[in-house]
Write a protein that binds this ligand. Sequence first.
Ligand code: GLV
Length: 387
Amino acid sequence: MPVITNIDDLKALYRRRTPKMFYDYCESGSWTEQTFRENSSDFDDIYLRQRVAVDMSNRSTATQMIGQDVAMPVALAPVGLTGMQHADGEIKAARAAEAFGVPFTLSTMSINSIEDVAAATTKPFWFQLYTMKDQGFVSSLIQRAKDANCSALVITLDLQVLGQRHKDIKNGLSAPPKPTLANMINLATKWRWGMGMMKASRREFGNIVGHVEGVSDAADLGAWTAEQFDPTLDWNKVAKIKEEWGGKVILKGIIDPEDAKMALEVGADAIVVSNHGGRQLDGALSSIRALPGIMDAVGDATEVHLDSGIRSGQDVLKAVAMGAKGTYIGRAFVYGLGAMGQEGVTRALDVIHREMDVSMALCGRRRIDEVDRDILLVPEGFEGRWQ
Ligand code: GLV
């Protein structure tokens, strides 16, 4: 067993063990992948201020996100097709998150269903909603999430149409994979994945298949979004969904201060500064570069979270120091899952926790509520002076 010391170690193992089409699905951005790359590389432009001779005993990374206790300000992001990265992937990731004490967010486009995850866990998880043209289906998803005792609804606002990821088209991405020659050759080298999948409780989109009719190809994410996702979603509809849900609402996919203000108006409990991991609008600002402008626009009026680009505890620390109350990891936990199942997700969380805890200490802070802008060295004009 290789020694795992960082998220990249998990990624290397994940790449070896997972079919190419699912690795590529995870590791892609849209079009030129500029935003995908900058989401991570922009973190490198920010430096941490080392402080010395400060009492570093009795540290804690515990805090709250939307009023819920978390062991560190990191949640698992909703990731479509997680159950294709590893058999029963959503169940395994949710269990790892629960044991660690961080929120798990189930994607609408998951393989394990809302009910599967609820049956396999003991604490409430969060449900991410894509809005579909079929209002009845959206209402039934909301009701299913309520019945499963989900403690937040995460409404994704930035995927009414799908950004093009070239590799998904070239690979013929589907869940489950179609038995083409190229797939069979690749799958033959992924015996561990295949053995797991033979025993998996599901191999199709569990929230959808059997719950909705009239889709030409329920295995094809691209076809699904084109046919089913609601291109008319607007702030009025967001407000209606919030009312129908009646619980905590997190609005995900905000990268512009004007949209952050609109989210405030509809009464979001939190917003997620996110460009969908660079998978939607290629050429959009990275999330970390967008964060300061959004903090200025909304202040403390709502909780601001951040996803896209986080691969280390240092990244989490930087986002929190810039004002985010919480962050999300998507790819970083999928690497762990594909590498070694539930144990791998736990390893990913452990790696990030340790990196954050030690880096926080080396910045002279012992608790999350002591982490502030003062621990950062941010280059002048980092957030940009755009015209
Ligand atoms: C879906 O959320 C995707 O980014 O593929």
